[in-house]
Design a protein around this ligand. Sequence first.
Ligand SMILES: Nc1ncnc2c1ncn2[C@@H]1O[C@H](COP(=O)(O)OP(=O)(O)OP(=O)(O)O)[C@@H](O)[C@H]1O
Length: 334
Amino acid sequence: MAEIDIVNVSKTFSTEEGQVHALKNVNLSIEKGDIFGIIGMSGAGKSTLVRCLNFLERPTSGEVIVQGTKLSSLSEKELRSERKKISMIFQSFNLLMQKSVLDNVCFPLRLAGVKNDEAEKKAKDLLALVGLADKAKTYPAKLSGGQQQRVAIARALASDPEILLCDEATSALDPATTTQILELLKDINEKMGITIVIITHAMNVVSDICKHVAIMENGEVQECGLVSEIFAHPQSDVGRRLVLKDVKGAGLEELKTKTIYRLTFDHQSAFEPVIANAILKFNTPINILGATTKNVKNIAVGEMIVGLPEEQASDIVAYFKERGLAVEEVQING
Ligand SMILES: Nc1ncnc2c1ncn2[C@@H]1O[C@H](COP(=O)(O)OP(=O)(O)OP(=O)(O)O)[C@@H](O)[C@H]1O
C-alpha cells in the first residue's frame, strides 16, 4: 500500500473569466519514506495538487487516499484528525511574529491540549533537532530566512506527522541556505522515516534530495519516475526544459541550430578523453556550450551541453553512446 495515492484527481475553479482546469486526471503514487518532488513552471498546478493532498482543497473529481483511507469518505471531524498526520511548510514560513521561537513551536501542541511543561520540553527537543537550541527566546524577526524556515520545520514536526508537505519551502532562500535546509529535510526523512513531498520549480532542489519526481505542466503530470533516470533521460518537453534550465551559461536561446546535445555521465573526468577523442576521430570541432557537475542522490553526475556539426551529428552521438555517455537531443526553437 502506498502512503499516498492520487487517483484521477481533477480540480476545476470557476472564475469570472470562465473555468480554470488546474488539475486534469492526475495519478500519482507516493511510497512511505520517499522524498517525492513535484516540479513544474508557474501555473502548472503544483500548489493546487499539494492542497488536494490534505483536502485543504477538495478535488472536483477523483480520490486522494492516505494510508489506505479515502479522504472523501471522512466527516469533517475525521478529516481534522487525519490531517494531523500531514504537516506543511511554506515559502513564506508563516510564523507568528509576536511570539517567541519557543512559543511558535509550542503553538500546535497547546492547541492539541498538551500540558505546558510537556509542550516546552518537546519544542526544545525539536529546536535542538533543527539546530536552533540557543534561539528559543528569540523572536522570528531577529532570525535569518533560513533560521525562520528551521523554526517552521520544528513547528511542523511538533504534531508527529507521518507526511511533510513542503510548498516552495526554499524558494525565498539563497543557494547556500537552500542546501542547508534540504540537508535538514533529508536528515529528518532518514532519522524519522517521514515521507516528504516537495513542491518546487527548481530542478536543483529535486536533484539534490528527491528520489522520485513528477513533472507537471498545464495541470497534467507529463512524466514521473526516479530522479536519476529522468535527469539522464527526460522524456517530455517540459522535462527537457527543466533539466536544461539548470545548465548555466549555455546561452542556448541565441543558438539557431538544432544540433545541440546534452551529455551526462556519472564520472565527469570521463568527458574529457571522450570529447577529445571524438574531435580527433571525426576531425571536427565540438562546441562545448556548458558543463557542470551535480549531485543527484549522492552520485556525482557530470553534464555537458555540446553543439555538433549537423552532417556528422548522428555518428558522433553513436560514438558518445558507445562510450557510456547518456545523450539527449536538445530542441531549440528558431
Ligand atoms: N482559487 C483559485 N481560483 C481560481 N483559479 C485558481 C485558484 N487557485 C489556482 N488557480 C489557477 O489554477 C492554475 C494552477 O495554479 P497553481 O497555483 O496550482 O499552480 P502552481 O504550479 O502552484 O504555480 P506557482 O508556482 O505560480 O504557484 C493557475 O492557472 C491558477 O491561476
